[in-house]
Design a protein around this ligand. Sequence first.
Ligand SMILES: Nc1ncnc2c1ncn2[C@@H]1O[C@H](COP(=O)(O)OP(=O)(O)O)[C@@H](O)[C@H]1O
Ligand SMILES: [Mg+2]
Length: 350
Amino acid sequence: MEPLITCENLVKIYSSSISRFHKGVEVVALQGLDLTVVQGEMIGIVGESGSGKSTLLNILGGLDRPSAGKVLVAGANLLEMSAEELNSYRLEKVGFVWQQTTRNLVPYLSALENVQIPMRIQHVPEEQCRQRATQLLDITGLTERLQHLPGQLSGGEQQRVAIAVALANQPDLILADEPTGELDTITSARIYEILRKINRDLGATLIIVSHDPGISRYVDRVVLIRDGKTSTETVRVTPEVDFHDKHRQPLEADKYEELLMLDSVGRVQIPQSMLEALNIGSRVRAEVNQEGITLKPVEGHVRSTVSGDNTFKDGSIYMEEEPLEETRQTLLQKFKNLWRKEGNENRLDI
Ligand SMILES: Nc1ncnc2c1ncn2[C@@H]1O[C@H](COP(=O)(O)OP(=O)(O)O)[C@@H](O)[C@H]1O
Ligand SMILES: [Mg+2]
């Protein structure tokens, strides 16, 4: 099947003015990310805070541009689009659901009016807007709440309105960034079920970022992002879940398999836990045997107890504090010596 989304070697670098120890440091939020999603899929994206999940979603939603790499959505190359093309892409091709309920809705408009906004911007006739909005709010279970303002709705209900808003212009793709982040477990489950229903009944493709590893129950596969790259993929081994089937087996019986993702040039990211368990350092011996490829530790390249690489968990690059201070003192000393030589002794109170 033709992919709806293709990301190849996607890179996003933010130049931020303030970092932990530096000013003007660059943060590599995505470092060569590969991802393919086919039409009609519903996938989950998980990963530690700062791993690049929102960055990826913002790029796919046309809210941010990648620094390098390739990103195609429904045949459109997001890297090459003009600002104007990106504007219509955002309005027609994607629907967004954010974590903060307040970010999704206009507070002084009713649920029904909120859902109509994207259609009104597209000049859809008023009556048609109203009909479709009513229909969408029905799908998300809010028939009784059409005239309520966001403030008169519970958090879960507000997110259901937000889903209806995201669906308004019949987008190819729905992107949800931690849509259940502010909700309790039961309400979250209800949101996931509605998203699944939309995926089934309307054929929408969905990408849902979540903190909740339990999301694997509701989606086709879960992709783990680590340090700005897709790292592993968890797929359900047991047959597909039908949430409307009352006789289905309990969720606990579902089985999953976690696979390491191999990028286009053959790189894999091996989980820290595996490396630690086998004391594998910066080199590895790869052997091909009947079972597959075996990676073995190499003498002289055991794992150091101190983390060897200068990256935060969030993927940003930093200089260690002490060497930095040491460098500063050394430089200062050299500078003072130079000044002394030049007869500036009295000005050494720097
Ligand atoms: N606008 C920005 N300016 C500078 N750095 C940013 C910006 N947005 C995100 N980052 C950095 O990029 C990295 C990835 O962030 P993000 O995609 O928000 O992660 P996640 O959503 O997985 O928590 C982090 O190190 C974050 O600090
Ligand atoms: Mg985020």
